[in-house]
Design a protein around this ligand. Structure first.
Ligand SMILES: Nc1ncnc2c1ncn2[C@@H]1O[C@H](COP(=O)(O)OP(=O)(O)O)[C@@H](O)[C@H]1O
Ligand SMILES: [Mg+2]
Length: 257
């Protein structure tokens, strides 16, 4: 299954959710790949720590190759790195990835990632794509390459208003480029069950028939610790409440597949 974690808003939990779900998947023996398309490289640092980024063997190298015709292009797996965690690999991002965007756009390269992921799907049973906080070439490439779209949501009123536009972008991508793409659900992150406003906002989404997933993720300082230590929650704090919520979310998503 190929999933993209997408929201045009930053700071909603895309990278945290992509990496932690991928780490749970890998911990169950499923060969899992994270694809980091955000030049902020948060998922890359989360999984590889400071040791990340050898030039050219990352998403930058991959997309740069896509810009020039080559008789013998490097295969997609040459851009993938092992992580310290068993069964978990990453196609890392690069801080200068954004510099390639206008060339990639003008040369219409939005199917290159899908082609690469088609190749990688033989090696990886689960693929999680992390995206930048924008609807740009890289997010569009990810939506074109994915089968499921997960939308992290941080219970903010502005984020609620932005959801309609976001869901329209997903529908439009589905209609124009990728009939396989389904919205898997809205993941409520940093939920405060005792505060009335988040409750009201989430109830409002449900009342409108939006696909809000049942599992809610709470807010915990463990998340920042986990980023700092470059160890996903399932390894750093397996019994913690937030980790267990991630496990429940993973099970909600994979039930029936
Ligand atoms: N459930 C959570 N509890 C506490 N902090 C969180 C949680 N989810 C995300 N964060 C923090 O919020 C910030 C933004 O999260 P991140 O996953 O980087 O979002 P995005 O990728 O959407 O920009 C990070 O500092 C992260 O540690
Ligand atoms: Mg991010």
């Amino acid at each position: 299954m190929r999933r993209v974690v997408f929201n045009q808003k930053g700071g909603v939990g895309k990278s945290s959710i992509a990496v932690n779900l991928a780490a749970i998947s890998a911990s169950r023996g499923i060969r899992t790949l994270v694809v980091d398309l955000d030049p902020q490289c948060n998922s890359t640092h989360y999984l590889l720590g400071d040791a990340s980024n050898q030039p050219q063997t990352d998403a930058y190298g991959f997309f740069e190759q896509a810009l020039s015709f080559q008789l013998k292009p490097r295969s997609a797996s040459e851009f993938v790195h092992e992580t310290p965690f068993e069964h978990l690999a990453i196609l890392p991002s690069h801080p200068e990835l954004g510099d390639l965007q206008s060339k990639l756009e003008s040369k219409h390269k939005i199917y290159k990632l899908r082609d690469a992921i088609d190749q990688l799907a033989d090696e990886y049973e689960a693929i999680y794509i992390d995206t930048p906080p924008a609807f740009n070439f890289f997010t569009l490439s990810a939506l074109v390459a994915a089968e499921r779209c997960l939308i992290p949501f941080d219970c903010d009123e502005f984020a609620r208003q932005a959801l309609y536009n976001l869901l329209n972008n997903v529908r439009e991508t589905r209609a124009d480029h990728n009939a396989l793409l389904e919205v898997e659900g809205i993941v409520v992150n940093q939920y405060q069950p005792r505060a009335s406003l988040p409750q009201k906002i989430v109830a409002g989404l449900e009342a409108e028939g939006l696909p809000v997933l049942t599992t809610r993720l709470s807010s915990s300082v463990k998340m920042k610790e986990s980023h700092n230590e470059a160890r996903p929650l399932i390894h750093m704090a397996p019994a913690h409440k937030l980790t267990q919520e991630f496990v429940q979310l993973f099970e909600e998503l994979t039930a029936g597949h």
